[in-house]
Design a binder for this molecule. Sequence first.
Ligand code: NAD
Length: 254
Amino acid sequence: MSPAATLDRVRSWIDAARRVVVLTGAGISTDSGIPDFRGPQGVWTRNPAAEKLSDIRHYVADPEVRRASWRSRLGHPAWGAQPNAGHLALVALERRGMLHAIVTQNIDGLHLRAGNSPELVIEVHGNLHRAVCLSCGRKGPMQETLARVRAGEADPQCLECGGILKSDTISFGQALVPQVIERAMAAARDTDLLLTVGTSLQVFPVAGAVPLARQCGARVVIVNAQPTQFDALADALLPGPISIDLPLVVRGVG
Ligand code: NAD
């Protein structure tokens, strides 16, 4: 089937759907200037050692890892990033009354910034715009902690209890929040069209939403530049770029 015919087909499925669930990953934000992890220009593709620094055990045990993390957070591309046409297409889908949920692995907050309703956005890996104390659980705006780093605190501690501070995101080795994962899986069970967008589908349990939705009778469309392990069970594959393909399949954009 030609790319144009596949786009037409997916557009007609979206038009006919009642409860669309969108599962997003880092690839939806690359056109906003935030690199993904495993794409050709991904952070881990270019520097495999960086993956180890994302492990909570190193972060807790080694002050130098924390200092390096805070230095890197200061310059994170998320601070200046704007939603792109892919994010805005999902706002259009919500306005049409068809969006049941966005399950996002992203931590950049761009779905909320684009204008999707907070009650429809399930952030399974947390949000970089918040800092959290690993001891007492106190949360606060990330920019307040970054101001302390800029003022000279290389490894700032919790102002309440002196505990280790970190972005309120899930690192390797850290438990997911069970209620959040349950909401994501419930959405996957309850959709008639699952659209996965810009994710390599390698991180479980979230990637398990794809076979789950399929088993429950949903159509599955995968929008991704690289192959994924679930391509064989998808009804259609779109290679992107996401910021071009998503507006094309969601009518009412622009
Ligand atoms: P990933 O890096 O494993 O995969 C991203 C996929 O998107 C790749 O297969 C790539 O080919 C594809 N892609 C990138 N740009 C694209 C485009 N414009 N059009 C079409 N396809 C495109 O990302 P993942 O599956 O989300 O897993 C990485 C983990 O890292 C996630 O859990 C997430 O929390 C985190 N992460 C988040 C951000 C963010 O918040 N923006 C950025 C990097 C990593």
